[in-house]
Design a protein around this ligand. Structure first.
Ligand code: C2E
Ligand code: MG
Ligand code: MG
Length: 710
């Protein structure tokens, strides 16, 4: 037998079992240089003793032993050390004996006596085989190990890894298919991938996934929905999962340089979470988070589409601009959480007034817009506006507060009032201001006259800038009358604007806009200067000492240099603070109590008096008044009007008056128009009043006449 391989066999172990001592010895000597460990046994007992302690790669076995047969020993060996190779030595030359040995699993057979070279060759051959086999075994183990690693890697991959045969049937899927779609790999192997694709996506999937292309042209990152396995255990699962899938053709190279198409392999990644996040972001980009309503950009989109549609079909549509009345006051006095609650309640109420297909959007703090895509007539739009206003008759209950909130609504209609988004929006905005002008909580349609007379917020702003430069403002004065003596005790300075086109404009129509755009600062400076100057003139003319009331807006008091500017004005006109009374509304104080206290104290130290204007309209309690250097409460006109309308109003006015007296405050009633009102006020001990009954606000000349007469 030729040598199978050359290589070190010095680690191969051998047990020689031979009863003839000389033969045993010579065999051992012959083989010693070629092998590692060699042990010897002269009978079955010795042999068994060695075998119980060691493993032998080779056993050289004499069949003829004194205490047992070689065949019995072989049977034992096959049981205990099946990896050992047995080379049988026998003097028995019969072929049956050799066959029997081979049946029992001997590796080779040597006839005794044998030539030394043959012995060596046979044993070395066997030793080489052992070495080779061991190397093979090691390799097999390594391969198994690395296969296991690969399987582990493939199965723990978060992505589905798959192969398809040339007929698009799965040949392999890793276990991720279970996590993502709920299938066991073996449930799908042999089936077409199409069982996973929803009907609607089949066409696209076929085009991209029957993939024969590879390299750069292969399908990558195809977004596809796959069906999840239906399962009674997870009935609420989405029926499909969005994956990003790749597919590449597999080819076996052919001798002619071409390739034989074998199928497709690829990876599918679950991207539902990402899709969800994208959907959320898209939603947020187009919606107002507080109310969940569409925002301006989505609203504009819808309007643009609706206009196109209406134009095509010769239909009309309406746009409404809705502005909450006095929302700022709620926010300032009750806090932002209540303000937020009111906005949410408001959007719900508005929604309840609408039909499917209408779009309601929140486009700013307290501003909403509404698109009514199908209005047959203006009456239609008016009906919706009335419905909205009616729904606001009931109060909102937020955080323990009962809040009434009105809306001013402006409406523009396509195509009469404009044929594009911008014009329609602008005109609805204008109409809304018109509604506010007419007492709020009302709606107005855009009209072309309106456009001419009142040109919206921006125009007002521009006009106002020009008005300041051109001196279009004038101060009017309204007397405050002491109820006991019936003499004028003070004058309230009230600003007027002589608009070149609009005529005399009341402060309610421009002061809020001036506050918003910052023009209030120059206006306030003007007001203060004029009031100080006039106070000095009247004093110098020897009139009885009266107080000069000056209204100050919230914004002005919040100005960091408010007190310094105030003092500067007094100094410029050479008058002290006594005789000046500033009027601040409740909401101003509530907004920044601490800041206001500090500033008002400094003014009070100069002798300036402080009165709370429109008292009763805010949501504040009287308790804060103790903290402030307040001198006067001016009871809001609405309560005085109520004196006639109901007896309830009387109790409120009486209550406020009594409390104010308790706090040692001066009480002035605003808006007194009738003798009945005046009599009542006198009966409850009110100090002074102001109102048309005595005089409307008048220009300076008339005010001076009134003073002289008093
Ligand atoms: P206010 O300080 O409460 O002023 C009283 C308002 O009630 C004045 O309106 C006055 O004309 C009106 N009024 C007085 N008596 C009667 C009456 O018997 N019946 C009725 N129906 N109304 C009466 P006006 O002048 O339009 O001012 C409105 C508001 O604008 C003022 O309310 C004040 O808050 C603000 N305001 C006026 N002038 C200025 C100013 O110079 N600066 C600032 N920041 N605000 C001003
Ligand atoms: Mg006032
Ligand atoms: Mg007032």
């Amino acid at each position: 037998m030729p040598l199978i391989a050359d290589g070190p066999t010095d680690l191969v172990s051998l047990l020689i079992v031979e009863d003839e001592p000389r033969y045993l010895d010579s065999t051992r000597q012959l083989l010693a240089p070629h092998l590692g460990r060699i042990d010897t046994a002269m009978n079955g007992v010795q042999a068994l003793a060695w075998l119980s302690r060691h493993h032998y790669d080779l056993v050289l076995l004499d069949l003829h032993l004194p205490d047992t047969t070689g065949h019995a020993l072989m049977a034992h060996l096959r049981e205990q050390q099946p990896a050992s190779r047995v080379i049988v030595m026998s003097g028995d030359s019969r072929i049956e004996s050799a066959i029997h040995s081979i049946r029992l699993g001997s590796y080779d057979y040597l006839r005794k006596p044998c030539e030394p070279e043959e012995l060596i060759k046979t044993v070395r051959n066997a030793a080489h085989k052992v070495v080779l086999e061991q190397a093979n075994q090691l390799m097999r183990e390594q391969i198994e190990q690395s296969e296991e690693w690969h399987r582990l890697l493939v199965n723990t991959s978060p992505d589905v890894i798959y192969t398809l045969d040339r007929d698009s049937r799965f040949t392999f899927l890793n276990e991720s298919i279970g996590r993502i779609l709920g299938y066991l790999p073996q449930e799908l192997v042999g089936k077409s991938y199409e069982v996973l694709v929803p009907e609607l996506e089949l066409e696209r999937a076929r085009y991209r996934l029957n993939e024969r292309r590879n390299g750069n042209r292969a399908t990558r990152n195809l977004e596809l929905r796959l069906k999840r396995k239906e399962s009674p255990l997870t009935p609420n699962h989405e029926a499909t999962v969005t994956v990003e899938i790749s597919a590449t053709g597999m080819y076996r190279p052919q001798p002619d340089g071409s390739g034989e198409f074998l199928g497709t392999h690829g990876v599918a990644r679950d991207i539902s979470a990402r899709k969800q996040a994208e959907a959320t972001i898209t939603f947020q980009a187009h919606h107002d988070l507080l109310t969940g309503l569409p925002n301006r950009s989505l609203f504009n989109d819808r309007v643009t589409q609706a206009i196109a549609q209406a134009r095509r079909h010769g239909q009309s549509l309406a746009i409404m601009f809705l502005d909450m009345d006095r929302f700022k006051l709620v926010n300032d006095t009750l806090g932002h959480l209540v303000g937020d609650g009111l906005l949410q309640g408001m959007s719900q109420r508005l929604r309840d007034c609408l039909r499917e297909g209408d779009t309601l959007a929140r486009i700013g703090g307290d501003e909403f817009m509404l698109l009514l895509p199908l209005v047959r007539s203006r009456d239609n739009a008016a009906f919706i506006a009335q419905k909205i206003l009616a729904s606001l008759k009931h109060p909102f209950h937020i955080d323990g507060h009962e809040i009434y909130s009105g809306m001013s609504i402006g409406i523009s209609v396509f195509p009469e009032d404009g044929d594009n988004l911008e014009t329609l929006s602008k005109h609805a905005d204008l109409a809304m201001y018109h509604a506010k002008d007419h007492g709020r909580n009302d709606f107005r349609f855009f009209t072309h006259e309106l456009h001419r007379t009142l040109s919206g917020r921006l125009a007002v702003e521009n006009d106002m800038r020009r008005g300041i430069q051109r001196g279009e403002f004038e101060m009017y004065y309204q007397p405050q009358v002491d109820i006991q003596s019936q003499r004028i005790s003070g004058m309230e300075a009230l600003i007027r604007w002589h608009h070149p086109e609009r005529g005399l404009v009341a402060p309610g129509d421009f002061i809020p806009i001036a506050e918003e755009c910052g023009l209030i600062t120059p206006i306030s400076k003007w007001v203060l200067d004029v009031a100080c100057k006039q106070a000095k003139v009247w004093r110098a003319a020897g009139m009885a000492p009266i107080s000069m009331g000056v209204n100050l807006s919230t914004r002005e008091i919040e100005h960091p240099h408010f007190v310094d500017n105030f003092i500067k004005s007094l100094n410029n006109h050479g008058i002290d603070g006594k005789g000046i009374e500033i009027e601040i509304t409740e909401s101003t104080l509530m907004r920044d109590m601490d800041g206001a206290i500090e500033k008002l104290r400094r003014l009070a130290e100069l002798g300036v008096k402080i009165s709370i204007d429109d008292f009763g309209t805010g949501y504040s309690s009287l308790s804060y008044l103790k903290k402030l250097p307040v001198h006067t409460l001016k009871i809001d006109r609405s309560f005085i009007q109520d004196l006639v309308a109901s007896s309830n109003g009387g109790t409120i006015v009486a209550g406020i008056t009594a409390m104010a007296k308790g706090l040692k405050l001066n009480v002035v009633a605003e808006g007194v128009e009738t003798h009945t009102q005046l009599d009542y006020l006198e009966s409850i001990g009110c100090d002074a009043y102001q109102g048309y009954l005595f005089s409307q606000p008048v220009a300076v000349d008339n005010a001076t006449k009134l003073l002289r007469a008093s």
